[in-house]
Each structure stands twice: as C-alpha cells, then as structure tokens.
Design a protein around this ligand. Structure first.
Ligand code: ZN
Length: 231
C-alpha cells in the first residue's frame, strides 16, 4: 500500500499563533507593569485592581482599534489593486496574457507550457490568476479587519488577565513579588511557545521576551515608587 505522505502546512496557523502569543505578551507586560507601578506608589489594593482592570480594557480596545485600522487600510489597498488589475485585463488583455506567462516562465515552466497555462487560467478566472500569481492576494491571506481586531483584543485580554488574577489573590503586602514573579514565568512560557511555533531556537526567544518584560516592569515600578513618595 502506498505510504501516505503527511506534510502539515502550518503557515496559516503559525501566523495567527504568533500574533496571538505576541498579543498576550503585550497584555502581560503592560498590565503587570501597570499593577506594579500603582502598587509601588503605595495605592490601596482596590485602587491597584481598578487600575489593572482599566488597563486591560484600555489595552484591549487600543489593540483592536489599531489592528482594525491597519488591516482595513490593507484591505482598501488590496481592493484598489484588484480594481486596477480588473481594468488592465479588460483594456489590455494581450499584455496581461504575456505578463502571466512570464511569471510562470520565471517559476520554471518552458515558454510553450507557460503560455498554455496562462491562456487556460485567464479563460477560467483571469482576475483570480493575476491576483494570486502577480499581486500575491489569495482568499486565505486577504485582509479581514474585524477578525484581526477581535483576535488581537482577545489575545491581549487573555494575557492581561493573568497578572490581574494573581494580583486579586496575592496577599497585599506581597503583591509586587507575586505579580512580577508569576508574570516573568508566564512570559517565559509564551516566549518558548512563540519560538517553537516559529521553528526558532527556544532559549534566545525566551530570554529576549523575559528580559524586556522584566525591564518594563522594573521601570514602571520605579516610576510608581518615585511618584508614590512625591504624592
Ligand atoms: Zn496583471
């Protein structure tokens, strides 16, 4: 029996996994830093929690807004490119045939076969062939602003919820070591996950994320302590 050749294409999944991990990473770093900054300013536990929850909401909304705007403008430019291509196919069909055949020659087909493939694909779905092979716009990769915004906000919120839960249950006098310690562990785990998902070496990826997370938390706690004594 012919052995089935399993080849899992992870490209699409890696893309959204990495985006989710980076979003969660942002959530952990910015919310943990906020909690530490407010706690270091000697604010009461309820005040720390209110700041953390407001930080989660603000962060998730700004991620969603930023993602929606950037992906939407990508969608707009894709739409404009497709419209331009549609006009070119309509007004200069012969040149578009040649252009498509040239793309296939560059990809390794001989001239005769490239010309034949281009002809058949232009008959079948001219715009689809040019969008995919000339502009690199495919159904799977096309911009989806709403999904991107929701995914971005959700991953941020999940990340932000981690230090928030720790802050909610940590003894008030030990909140800073609890939140900073657990947040570094969360960051290390996410860093390792992102590196593994991307096929990159795990250690450098983990160290990088943990170092910058620690730095962000230390700086914010320092600012909080400074303003706390000044208040
Ligand atoms: Zn074209």
């Amino acid at each position: 029996m012919r052995k089935r050749h399993w080849e899992r294409h992870l490209t699409g999944r890696i893309g959204w996994l990495r985006a989710a991990v980076l979003g969660a990473n942002d959530g952990i770093v910015s919310t943990a830093s906020l909690l530490l900054g407010v706690a270091a300013a000697n604010a009461s536990h309820p005040a720390v929690m209110v700041a953390g929850i407001a930080g989660l909401a603000a962060g998730a909304m700004s991620m969603a807004a930023g993602e929606y705007v950037s992906v939407h403008s990508q969608a707009d430019s894709e739409k404009a490119e497709l419209e331009r291509e549609r006009m070119e196919i309509k007004t200069d069909n012969e040149a578009e045939h040649k252009e498509l055949a040239a793309i296939y020659v560059r990809r390794g087909l001989d001239h005769a076969l490239a010309k034949k493939v281009a002809e058949q694909l232009m008959v079948h779905d001219a715009l689809g062939a040019h969008a995919r092979d000339e502009l690199g716009i495919t159904e799977t990769m096309s911009a989806r602003p709403i999904q991107a915004a929701l995914a971005s906000a959700a991953s941020f919120a999940v990340g932000a919820a981690m230090p928030l839960v720790v802050a909610a249950f940590a003894p008030e006098e030990r909140l800073i070591p609890f939140v900073s310690g657990t947040s570094l562990v969360f960051l290390a785990v996410l860093g390792a996950l992102a590196a593994r998902a991307g096929g990159a070496p795990v250690a450098p990826g983990t160290l990088r994320v943990t170092f910058w997370g620690a730095l962000a938390m230390a700086v914010t706690a320092g600012v909080g302590a400074l303003f706390g004594t000044a208040a």
